[in-house]
Design a protein around this ligand. Structure first.
Ligand SMILES: NC(=O)c1ccc[n+]([C@@H]2O[C@H](COP(=O)([O-])OP(=O)(O)OC[C@H]3O[C@@H](n4cnc5c(N)ncnc54)[C@H](OP(=O)(O)O)[C@@H]3O)[C@@H](O)[C@H]2O)c1
Length: 267
């Protein structure tokens, strides 16, 4: 089953389209002829993306500048998506924090749960009835290899991505025969932009360039896999290694090792 065929009315929705993997997903979908609704807080970046994609591909791109961690703001989008023919939903927006959760800002941690997990649930439930009724639809869930593991010093992020990973792969089983595809993208590190040397994190410094996966490659592989209704996609050698280690090693052994590494990220 391929991705839904683009039509004048149908929209592909991409959350977190103002940068990184989300911007690459938007560009790839536009190149495939889909008109879009792009969502993020930085409206000026979305407007620039919309103008570029409309000029390059002749598609319609609607901008929704909103904070998806805000329940009231999100409810407006949920209502809109429930009422419109949404062909593709890419649940991509996400944030991460590092360090012991007790020392982090509680409000920001809660916003992380709202954005990474509750918004994914809300938006998916908004579009599902219409997709099932039309017998056609595609949902890309952007989880993470981090969602396979217990990660001290990245606790909220790892837990929210565990939600996304499990929700995606469970939901997929419920939709067999409906015409609605669901694919989980569960990457390890994806280099969304080349950091300046002074901004390079420990991950940037430790992982050699040839092991990094780009946003563009990740987006294309994800959308091709969504068209084939693959269960899970893990792009690149590094992601695959992290994914396997996380899925099949005892947590009692991996958690302290991974936690020490993430402590350095927190520092
Ligand atoms: N890059 C990686 O190594 C990697 C690895 C595994 C998983 N992932 C996952 O991939 C997804 C995209 O990550 P990325 O690396 O491309 O990150 P990114 O470049 O930081 O992009 C994150 C996107 O989410 C949006 N966003 C953040 N907070 C938001 C909010 N409150 N409301 C609405 N939009 C919000 C941002 O837009 P605004 O700031 O304009 O709102 C931005 O467009 C995330 O879910 C991430 O967890 C990434």
């Amino acid at each position: 089953m391929a991705l839904p065929t683009p039509t004048a009315d149908a929209r592909a929705v991409i959350t977190g389209a103002s940068s990184g993997i989300g911007a690459a997903l938007a560009a790839d979908l536009a190149a495939r002829g889909h008109s879009l609704i792009v969502v993020a807080r930085r409206t000026e970046l979305l407007e620039a993306l919309a103008a570029r994609l409309t000029e390059q591909h002749g598609v319609t791109v609607e901008v929704r500048g909103l904070d998806l961690s805000d329940r009231d703001a999100r409810a407006t989008l949920v209502d809109e998506l429930a009422a419109r023919p949404i062909s593709v939903l890419c649940n991509n927006a996400g944030i991460a924090t590092f360090g012991p959760v007790a020392g982090l800002d509680a409000g920001y941690e809660r916003a992380q749960v709202e954005l990474n997990a509750v918004a994914v649930h809300d938006l998916t439930l908004a579009v599902l009835p219409g997709m099932i009724e039309r017998g056609e639809g595609a949902i890309l869930m952007v989880g993470s290899a981090a969602g396979n593991m217990a990660i001290p010093n990245n606790a909220t992020y790892a837990a929210t991505k565990a939600f996304v990973n499990t929700f995606s792969e469970s939901l997929r089983g419920e939709l067999k025969g409906t015409g609605v595809n669901v694919t989980l993208l569960a990457p390890g590190p994806v280099r969304t932009e080349q950091p300046a040397p002074e901004d390079a994190s420990i991950v940037d410094r430790m992982v050699p360039d040839f092991l990094w996966t780009s946003s563009e490659y990740t987006a294309k592989l994800s959308l091709d896999s969504l068209g084939r209704n693959k269960m899970r996609i893990v792009p690149g050698v590094l992601s695959k290694a992290m994914s396997l280690a996380g899925q099949y090693s005892p947590r009692a052994i991996t958690a302290p090792i991974v936690g020490r590494f993430y402590q350095k990220l927190g520092d």
